[in-house]
Design a protein around this ligand. Sequence first.
Ligand code: 9J3
Ligand code: ZN
Length: 286
Amino acid sequence: MKLSRMIAMAFAGATLSIGAAVQPVVAADNPYERGPAPSNSSIEASRGPYSVSSKTISSFAARGFGGGTIYYPNSTSDGTFGVVAISPGFTAAQSTISWLGPRIASQGFVVITIDTNSRFDQPGSRGTQLLAALDQTIADTTVRSRVDASRQAVMGHSMGGGGTLEAAKDRRSIEATIGLTPWNSDKTWPEVEAASLEIGAQNDSVAPVGSHAIPFYNSLTNAERRSYLELRGASHFAPNTSNTTIAKYSIAWLKRFVDDDQRYEQFITPGPSPSLSNGISDYRIR
Ligand code: 9J3
Ligand code: ZN
């Protein structure tokens, strides 16, 4: 969360009396924590603690994107949830990133996976479509009571990942972005303030990390936080099938920066040490 909002929240929740000792902001309970305390196994699991339902948004019903599927926790007794929109890559359908919908929603998020208007849409258009999908999800009559519109995030594969940076550049209130083997012809992203995670694939020959994910990470100088995680031996298409490393670090990132949930900081900092056994070839955070 942006510091300015945290401070505003701290003051809104404070009951001050003259002469009272100043309480540290961090002592306040976090109103956005959802679910039990995490462990490695809880964020590696194929499903989290919330049971999930889904709702199809047809291409005819979608306003500003090509249609999608909203995955949402059934619970109405645990407060509202942050909202996440996820785009596929160039020439690809929603089905290539569908696995992320229920996996992330079951950890306590309202998630929309989308088709783009055209499979050939470029990253700028994908960014605009991610924002349209967030807006339609926030307004959706089925899920709106479960959504906290003030806590938004975007994810995407390849040109969809490039689109996450476009979306965050256009809507500075976005809390978090996650690029999965991201691709963009723009290599410089100082405009992005959202906490941004770039997940690259070591053997990607479509969006080589040296000309995409790593320069994006290096240029995100105004992001609240930024991280680079590299999947050892993986190809550009690693994000298109269930992948526990992608899910684990994406969930931790969303929990930490959409929910402000400090219980997940342990997975991010210092983060994984690259090794042969964990399938991670590089990890950076700052
Ligand atoms: O979305 C992607 O897979 C982007 C990679 C690509 O095909 O770019 C070539 C223009
Ligand atoms: Zn730029």
